[in-house]
Design a protein around this ligand. Structure first.
Ligand code: ADP
Length: 472
């Protein structure tokens, strides 16, 4: 497992890459240069010997050396050729007899080798035997006028000196290669460590930010890539911090809201317990106050539960085709008693029949909140107009009232949880500050939009826009 981890590390891969790129060309270069050196040196040597042998060959013919091998001048030249090139020269006559061997070993013997035969037929042979390290030449010795084959000159030359140079170069190259390999290994080790350094820094900073609770920002700008990672991380961290803050705020708001009715109940109960001989009427009055507070507590909890349900993903929507006109009529029927209590005129105007794919329960709750608010924050003898319209894509519900209105500075906060524009009034009439948050969540879950227009003292208009067909 640990082995595999190393293979997957960037450091190891960089190291390997640098080593391969650094060492491989050296090998290829050495092999290429040495091979071409050998070929070239052998070719040069062959050309040299060939031209010398040709000159000598023509003299051998001129002096008719094949008939009389005692010609001094030729013998001297043959010896010279054989000495200079560290080789052996054989002169063979047309009866395949060796008339001269510069080594003096085979003079007088008969030789019938392939090269000799071919050469008698007029072919010039030039061969390199790399394994045994010698160059072999066979030259036909022809009569200059009649071109009659008189003999063959066989020259074999050792290439030991070339190979010695070759070995010397090879050894040198190997030493250089070894030295450069050590250097490259060290360099690869250093570079791979150095190149991954920013990533190590990044990990360390990430760990530090996780453990420390400070408002720190991550910034490793050594590479464009680490900078991009840092930016992305900071953005995520920012979002997480906002979420965390709003969660904390929500929890503290919830606790506060739930505590208020409890405190009232405790005060009421304590005052009853602290008195002796409390008249039954007072008991009744206090108990009804306590019941009211319990009712309030209950309402807050119910609203919170609705909100939590709305906070879940859109996947929890229970979508079906709903007749929106009927749905609105039902809402009006439910809230009418509250409106009548305050003598508020409640009117529903449907411009066309609308059927839409919605979650009836959730959207019904959302719209009920709007109509209820329009009644709650109205003036005595006021009115509430609800209208329904649609185009080919959306349906629109407008809730307009003749109420107290919302101050401009409060307008942008009304959808926040527990926000109340007029705190004392809202609490008086049993508001929890959660209604509009629930409404907005429900509308957004349907991929719709909600807008509010208001003028203090004149009234408020809420417009809700919901798509007719639900897009998941
Ligand atoms: P609440 O339970 O207090 O009504 P909401 O979330 O429903 O909470 O509304 C938030 C605040 O917005 C209310 O406290 C109220 O001040 C203001 N508001 C909402 N609707 C209206 C309206 N139709 N007219 C005037 N003010 C409104």
């Amino acid at each position: 497992m640990k082995k595999l981890k190393i293979i997957h590390s960037l450091k190891f891969r960089l190291f390997l890459l640098i080593v391969i790129i650094g060492i491989l060309p050296g090998f290829v270069l050495r092999f290429g240069i040495l091979t071409s050196y050998e070929n070239r040196a052998v070719a040069n040597r062959s050309i040299d010997i060939l031209s010398q042998a040709k000159m000598l060959g023509s003299q051998v013919v001129t002096y008719n050396y094949m008939a009389d091998s005692s010609v001094e001048i030729i013998n001297a030249q043959l010896e010279q050729l054989s000495n200079i090139y560290d080789g052996r020269v054989l002169i063979i006559n047309n009866r395949f007899q060796i008339v001269k061997d510069t080594y003096g070993l085979d003079t007088g013997k008969t030789i019938i080798s392939e090269e000799v035969v071919k050469s008698f037929q007029g072919e010039e042979i030039n061969k390199y035997d790399a394994q045994n390290r010698y160059i072999e030449l066979a030259l036909p010795l022809n009569n200059k006028e009649s071109q009659e084959a008189l003999g063959v000159m066989l020259v074999s030359v050792s290439t030991d000196s070339i190979m010695m140079n070759y070995d010397y170069l090879k050894k040198n190259a190997q030493v250089i290669e070894m030295a450069s390999a050590v250097l490259i290994l060290a360099l690869a080790l250093f570079c791979s460590r150095h190149l991954v350094q920013p990533f190590r820094k990044l990990t360390k900073s990430l760990e530090e930010i996780q453990t420390e609770d400070e408002e720190d920002k991550l910034m490793i700008s050594d590479y464009t890539e680490t900078e991009a990672i840092s930016d992305a991380f900071n953005e995520m961290l920012g979002r997480m911090r906002v979420i965390d803050e709003s969660r904390q705020e929500f929890v503290s708001n919830v606790s506060h809201e739930l505590k208020t009715p409890l405190t009232s109940m405790k005060v009421l109960a304590d005052s009853l317990l602290g008195q002796e001989d409390v008249p039954a009427e007072l008991y009744k009055e206090f108990m009804s106050d306590i019941a009211e507070e319990i009712e309030r507590e209950n309402k807050i909890i119910n609203d919170l539960l609705s909100l939590v349900k709305m906070d879940k993903s859109a996947g929890s929507l229970n979508i079906s085709a709903v007749n929106v006109n009927e749905m609105l009529e039902l809402i009006m029927k439910r809230v009418r008693p509250i409106a009548e209590k305050q003598n508020i005129e409640l009117v529903l105007e449907s411009f066309r029949p609308v059927s839409a794919e919605i979650d009836e329960v959730k959207l019904s709750l959302a719209l009920t909140n709007l109509v209820e608010n329009a009644i709650k924050y109205n003036k005595p003898d006021g009115w509430v107009h609800v209208s329904l319209n649609a185009d080919h894509k959306f349906f629109f519900v407008r809730v307009e009232d003749s109420g107290i209105g919302i101050p401009e500075e409060a307008l942008e906060h009304i959808y926040e949880r527990f926000f109340r524009a007029d705190k004392s009034h809202s609490r008086e009439i049993g508001g929890t500050g959660l209604g509009l948050a629930i409404t907005r969540n429900a509308v957004l879950m349907h991929r719709g939009a909600i807008k509010a227009h208001s003028k203090e003292g004149e009234g408020t208009i809420f417009t809700v826009r919901i798509p007719l067909t639900y897009i998941a």
